[in-house]
Design a binder for this molecule. Sequence first.
Ligand SMILES: [Fe+2]
Length: 447
Amino acid sequence: MVSAPNPPLVSVDESRLKERAAEAMTTARTRTRALTDVVDDSDLVRQHSKLMSPLVWDLAHIGSQEELWLVRDVGGRQPLRPDIDDLYDAFQHPRADRPALPLLGPAEARAYVSEVRDKAFDVLAHAALTGRDLASNGFAFGMIAQHEQQHDETMLATHQLRVGDPVLSAPEPPPRGEDPEPDEVIVPGGRFTMGTSVEPWALDNERPAHEVDVDTFVIDAFPVTCGQFAAFIDAGGYDDPHWWTPDGWAYRGEHGIRAPRFWLADGDAWWRRRFGVIERVPDDEPVMHVSWHEAHAYAKWAGKRLPTEAEWEKAARWDPDTGASRRYPWGDADPGAEHANLGQRHLRPAPVGAYPAGASPLGVHQLIGDVWEWTASSFAGYPGFVAFPYREYSEVFFGTKYAVLRGGSFGTDAVACRATFRNWDFPIRRQIFAGFRCARDIAAGER
Ligand SMILES: [Fe+2]
């Protein structure tokens, strides 16, 4: 039996919590539908890249996890489709093998997820959200809404890999802000609270809250832009092993990597393919589709380094006036459209300086949304970590194989994005919406 991860949240009454859970699940489903209805059936069953599942696998997998956790576990109801459990178990079948499985077809998958959703809502209506670990504070419902949104982001990455005419559209993000000055921020050394023990839907790897001592350091006020990254390319950054780790240099050579993924060289200009549209690479937008290795090489070339995870979180949460850690850089309020580029509201990162209302008290911008940010840290459990609700959620990924990413991207929904939220991936991954910002040690006399 695992210990309780969710202390009772007495200030929120149960009916409000149920409303919030239902809203989060409905928002996720609206997005899932939009991402899967916009292409035809042949597109849904096709594997657009060996890195990804066919979209129809993600769709039924979303329903399968909802059935397992909400209908069967929390609700104690009879299984709907025990015969397909194995097909949609991510640990049984690597992504590359999934197209060969006898998967549900598009119509069957749609009918299945909607039947599961009806049952899950019935469970929500009747569930007591106190007492039992999994249901307390609506955690299981929040976990399932986050899971669906995480797969929606994965499906968005599949859309980016898909070859063909554009099918997605969204308004442009807000414009570049005032000229971003200063471009670096000093974060004073000392202890701060990392992780959380009180956020009701925080996942096991974000827990528990603990004190971490961080030395004074300097962090970029903005993510590294495409224009800055192009300067690294122009300076021969991809040709000089000095900037790269041995693994990164070998990876770059084996795959002939010369620029961020989806970038196309045309004379002196850089173009890119973005959801089927070919366009000029915008100078002032955070760079994305770079691996950890490219982020590391750029940072070293710039005389800097990637921030550790603790540094990133301190820059994002620490309030110098109170010494307390906030939920988000701007405070404790849920993310609004003025704070951050989240939730696929736009189909690209916003230019630097576009979200002044989302800056941290120290003046660090765009930590949340736009692009995931690679950190120097590998994925590990915090002191006192307890796997919940199962080891396969996070614990099996702990170790040096994975690097941690923070902050979420334009394709991450607010329900799955907090200043404590931790994502992880292999250092070679480039199809995800990942960029980075740099940090450095403070120089003598700079304090
Ligand atoms: Fe999943």
